[in-house]
Ligand binder design. Structure first.
Ligand SMILES: C[S@@+](CC[C@H](N)C(=O)[O-])C[C@H]1O[C@@H](n2cnc3c(N)ncnc32)[C@H](O)[C@@H]1O
Length: 390
């Protein structure tokens, strides 16, 4: 295997993927020093990006029509979003798949292959991998084919199967094949425009998972799609036929679903270092490209033991205010405000200054002033168990 181990701490797109993308985009060797030679191509991509996001805002899917812009802008972020979720899964359910010799992965609505590539990168060191991608678009599948061919040329143990299919609500009803991971990365939003994701559909998908298999759903961080996932989660925990493994650390009703008159939505915002070519493309567009924003669920037929218990998920950024810092935690069925007055800062709680949205933290001797208002005081111990960015 020629690929280097992915260095998680930096949250960067693996270098060889960046190079391959530049080759496919016909921007070979582009760097900050030689941008003028690529002016025409870059302005074409930027124009496409404008239209693509305009269409996305109107819930119109045109990634096939503006495939280069989608590939240059969404693809790298989608690879990283999937890698982030998979890393979180590996951190918290470290035993799952550790003895699976060949991991069978299905990427539904695979598009240009970002999701399967992300999962491949996360699991390739521990498992042999079979990737199956389904998409309705020949053009998107053609790009996936090119990427997978490149991957296979470096890893002969990799199996890849791509299928052109239109997903319908009943497609998985009669499927006999079983997979360890079934991924929907930004695909459910397109496949179902309904207000609700059908629980029957999810149950059919779960039947296509192996005994320890999981379903990963990643959606855009928009309120509509995130709240739709939150509602799906509620239905799943109510019926008790399957389990939510992530992002929630508990199986109680969602703490955010009913606060602030339904104006909240649970989503991730994880910092990363975009590759130079994205920064170049972003000149003049000024998009906020340094955070990966998405909502997600990991579902399984049964629940599994987590690598640690008694952790709390940080569900907001840390807000600095006069004389104090605060953030919100998810605790069973309530959202808890965690506050540290500046005068209480000491060596027990310095990790509080390092926490960011999505992290999982442990607290010892926190003062629970009210059910939903906790305070860090002199001897409260704060520990970061996992960082959202890996
Ligand atoms: C937003 S893209 C996501 C692509 C990829 N999963 C990613 O995260 O970058 C959605 C993909 O779903 C595909 N798609 C939409 N509706 C579909 C359907 N009913 N059946 C199969 N594919 C579908 C589109 O062709 C497109 O490639």
């Amino acid at each position: 295997m020629i690929f280097k181990n992915y260095n998680n701490a930096t949250m960067k797109l693996p270098h060889e993927i960046e190079q391959k993308m530049l080759e496919i985009l016909k921007l070979p060797n582009m760097s900050k020093r030689n941008v003028p030679s690529y002016t025409n191509k870059l302005s074409k991509i930027r124009t496409q990006m404008h239209t693509l996001s305009h269409d996305f805002a109107r819930l119109k899917s045109t990634e096939e029509k503006y495939a280069d812009a989608y590939f240059a802008y969404n693809f790298p972020m989608n690879v990283m979003k999937v890698m982030t979720v998979a890393k979180e899964f590996q951190n918290i359910y470290s035993k799952l798949f550790s003895h699976t010799a060949r991991l069978n992965i299905l990427d539904v609505g695979c598009g240009d292959g970002a999701g399967m590539l992300g999962l491949y990168y996360r699991f390739k060191d521990a498992n042999n991998i079979s990737l199956t991608g389904i998409d309705a678009s020949s053009l998107m599948l053609k790009r996936t084919q090119e990427l997978m061919g490149w991957l296979k040329s470096h890893d002969p143990s990799l199996d890849v199967k791509l299928m052109k299919r239109k997903i319908s609500p009943n497609l998985f009803k009669k499927t006999k094949q079983q997979y360890d991971i079934i991924l929907f990365a930004n695909a459910l939003a397109e496949i179902f425009s309904t207000d609700k994701i059908s629980l029957t559909f999810i149950e059919q998908i779960l039947k296509c998972t192996t005994r320890d298999g999981i379903v990963i759903i990643i959606e855009p961080a928009l309120k509509k799609f995130s709240r739709r996932l939150m509602n799906l989660r509620t239905e799943i925990i109510k019926t008790e036929k399957s389990s939510i493994l992530l992002p929630c650390l508990h199986e109680y009703p969602c703490a955010l679903l009913n606060v602030r008159k339904h104006r909240e939505w649970c989503h991730q915002s994880v910092p990363w270092e975009p590759p130079d070519f994205m920064k170049i493309i972003n000149r003049g567009l000024n998009r906020e490209i340094d955070h990966l924003k998405f909502s997600y669920l990991v579902i399984a037929k049964k629940n599994y033991k987590k690598s640690f218990c008694n952790g709390f998920r940080v569900i907001s950024h840390v807000l600095k205010e006069k004389g104090k810092k605060r953030c919100f935690l998810c605790n069973q069925n309530r959202r808890v405000e965690l506050v540290r007055l500046n005068k209480s800062k000491n060596t027990f709680n310095t990790p509080f200054d390092e926490i960011s949205k999505g992290d999982i933290i442990a607290l010892k001797r926190v003062i629970q002033k009210k059910l939903h208002y906790w305070q860090i005081e002199g001897n409260t111990e704060v520990k970061i168990l996992t960082k959202a960015k890996g």
